[in-house]
Design a protein around this ligand. Structure first.
Ligand code: ATP
Length: 296
């Protein structure tokens, strides 16, 4: 079963193409990050999935079915910060939210406990920090215990403590078996909390899948010699690297993270009649990888 399958979605706003042929699928029990710089189409995509916007072309399925109101009811969404009443308590605000959603208020203590606001449930909303306000918004999504949660930039505008609290909460929900689909422009956030990722660049999906595969670090070994043509030839019989790139007078050998063996490379070259002038291991950062993905 797939929680969400997106197939060939396009969205145009007049002449602006916000999404171009986007397809991916969200496995159950995953924390699925939709990652991309500002304006890449993340909010548009979530809006389409939640039926706030209509796709220009393409289809999507929820729980392997053409979506209807029943399927959407199984999803808790936080697309923008909800308007709580400032002069009412968290408890009272959640009672109103439950009534609007047609849900029983008996679930309120559970959701307040989950977001760690039980102690402050009688405080007025206006006295809450931004982080607490966001946690209350998430509590409201959790009413009725939906299996799937959709969050748009859940840590936007929060300070480091607030960000850490939301991350912990997302991890807690993941460990309870929820599927979480979240948009983010922060690589760090996706790397820390997501199991899967879809990367959007100007409305085009450039990669999707397991976060460890898509955003994996790489080892890069830089080498050169007086005769790089011969060096290239003898590298053909060297194992384990994924590919070679020539940059100026350096050759770069790319390896899966933590697998490059400098001594072995050096020995192989020497045994084949090449003395290296330069041999250096460089780690590729996730930032570099993200930059490469979104800029190539
Ligand atoms: P951000 O992180 O800044 O919210 P995003 O990745 O969520 O960005 P969208 O808000 O989906 O991206 O916007 C995608 C593109 O569509 C942008 O070029 C944006 O200017 C454009 N766009 C979004 N909404 C509208 C609209 N209502 N009318 C016209 N263009 C729009």
């Amino acid at each position: 079963m797939s929680v969400l399958t997106v197939e060939g979605i396009y969205k145009n706003y007049g002449s602006v193409q916000a999404l171009k042929n986007v397809s991916f699928s969200v496995p159950p029990g995953s924390v699925f990050g939709i990652l991309g710089p500002n304006g890449s189409g993340k909010t548009t995509l979530l809006g389409i999935i939640m039926d706030v916007l209509k796709a220009t072309q393409g289809t999507f399925k929820l729980f392997d079915k053409v979506p209807d109101a029943d399927q959407r009811k199984q999803i808790g969404t936080l697309l923008e910060t909800p308007n709580f009443y400032h002069y009412l308590s968290a408890q009272r605000n959640l009672e109103i939210a439950a009534a609007i959603k047609g849900q029983d208020k008996s679930d309120i203590p559970r959701v307040l406990e989950l977001v760690n606001l039980t102690q402050r449930k009688e405080s007025k909303f206006s006295t809450y920090s931004l982080g607490m306000k966001q946690r209350l918004a998430i509590a409201s999504c959790l009413l009725g215990n939906p299996h799937v949660l959709v969050f748009d930039e859940p840590t936007n505008g929060l300070d480091p403590v607030g960000i850490a609290e939301i991350r912990e909460l997302i991890k807690k929900l993941y460990h309870q078996g929820k599927t979480i689909i979240m948009a983010s422009h922060l690589l760090d956030e996706v790397e820390k909390v997501c199991t899967h990722v879809a990367i959007l660049k100007r409305g085009v999906l450039i990669a999707s899948g397991d976060v460890n595969e898509i955003l994996a670090n790489e080892d890069i070994v830089e080498i050169n010699s007086d005769d790089n043509e011969k060096l290239l030839l003898i590298l053909k019989s060297l194992n384990n690297y994924t590919h070679i790139k020539e940059t100026g007078n350096l050759l770069q050998l790319f390896y899966p993270v933590n697998t490059a063996n400098l001594a072995e490379i050096n020995r192989h070259c020497f045994n084949n009649g090449i003395v290296l002038n330069h041999l250096q291991l460089k780690k590729k950062s996730l930032e570099a990888k993200f930059f490469e993905l979104t800029n190539n």
